[in-house]
Design a protein around this ligand. Structure first.
Ligand code: SPD
Length: 287
């Protein structure tokens, strides 16, 4: 008998993966958590039936959400990751030599425990001494932080369920208040292909809060739409401030997606993506 796991993206679109076994299935206080072993993508983590990460393609997402903002900061010492309980973003942040502390604020401690147990190649750096794990609601946590973090990365689920509060104007205003001078936030901003409504909403809200909001894109085979986006947000920094950062030369040797050519290329947006983010005029922000 063949076993398959299916993510239902739309009533008319489902993405299915052949699996060899279910390694974990459980209900936390917030969501259903599954880890399955897929034939094509290795181990896969799903929350409420939606694919969050897989062993084979996680590097694209985690390198993109972290290195683009980290390199644009002159000296990132204190970094906050909200969400990201699988540990992949923390792993990438720790590759930056200036980092003294990474706070991981994840609402669901079971996601961290399950990832430690079944996804060691992703979660394996969570026990490093520079990592401080806070099992808390990121919405409440960020409201208490003022002028504290150089870089804040919002590694959220989709804007439904426990991740919903991480896609509001109030949340983004609190993130801005938690950043130090020269601070940078980046968040995952959904798929320009699969989530046109969500992406417009996210960029409209971000534009009300941050003077510089620059989208960038890459391909993630296991996310609906496959084509994914992130938003670089800051009051004073631009992504191009990172293009000549000397850290990049060493960093790219330890990356599977990021390199200095990719760094410049990910800001090139096709016309339909500009339209979906900015409306009919389709005017892109400069990187
Ligand atoms: N539709 C999937 C969106 C998932 C974004 N977050 C992934 C978390 C990986 N650390």
């Amino acid at each position: 008998m063949e076993l398959w796991v299916t993510e239902e993206h739309l009533k008319a679109v489902r993405l299915s993966y052949k699996i060899t076994e279910t390694l974990y299935h459980g209900e936390s206080s917030f969501q259903t958590i599954d880890v399955v072993d897929t034939v094509a993508y290795g181990r896969m983590l799903l929350l409420d039936g939606l694919v969050m990460t897989t062993e084979k393609d996680e590097f694209v997402y985690h390198e993109m959400i972290s290195h683009i903002p980290m390199l644009a900061h002159p000296n990132p010492k204190k970094v906050l990751v909200i969400g990201g309980g699988d540990g992949g973003t923390v792993r990438e942040v720790l590759k930056h030599p200036s980092v003294e502390e990474v706070v991981l604020c994840e609402i669901d401690g079971d996601v961290i425990d399950v990832s430690r147990r079944f996804l060691p190649s992703i979660a394996g750096k969570l026990d490093e001494p520079r990592v401080d794990i806070q099992v808390r609601d990121g919405v409440a946590y960020i409201a208490e932080q003022k002028n504290r973090f150089d870089v804040i990365l919002i590694d959220s689920t989709d804007p439904i369920g426990p991740g919903e509060g991480l896609f509001t104007e109030e949340f983004y205003r609190n993130v801005k208040a938690a950043l130090t001078e020269n601070g940078i936030m980046a968040n995952q901003s959904e798929s320009p292909v699969a989530n046109p409504r969500e992406i417009r909403l996210v960029y409209t809200l971000l534009g009300k809060v941050f003077p510089a909001v620059v989208p960038y894109v890459a391909t993630i085979p296991t996310y609906p739409g496959h084509y994914w986006s992130w938003a670089f947000c800051s009051e004073s920094r631009k992504p191009s401030d990172g293009f000549d950062n000397p850290v990049a030369a060493e960093l790219e040797k330890d990356c599977r997606f990021f390199n200095r050519d990719v760094h410049k290329a990910v800001f090139a947006l096709p016309n339909f993506v500009r339209e979906r983010i900015y409306g009919e005029a389709g005017v892109a922000a400069s990187c």
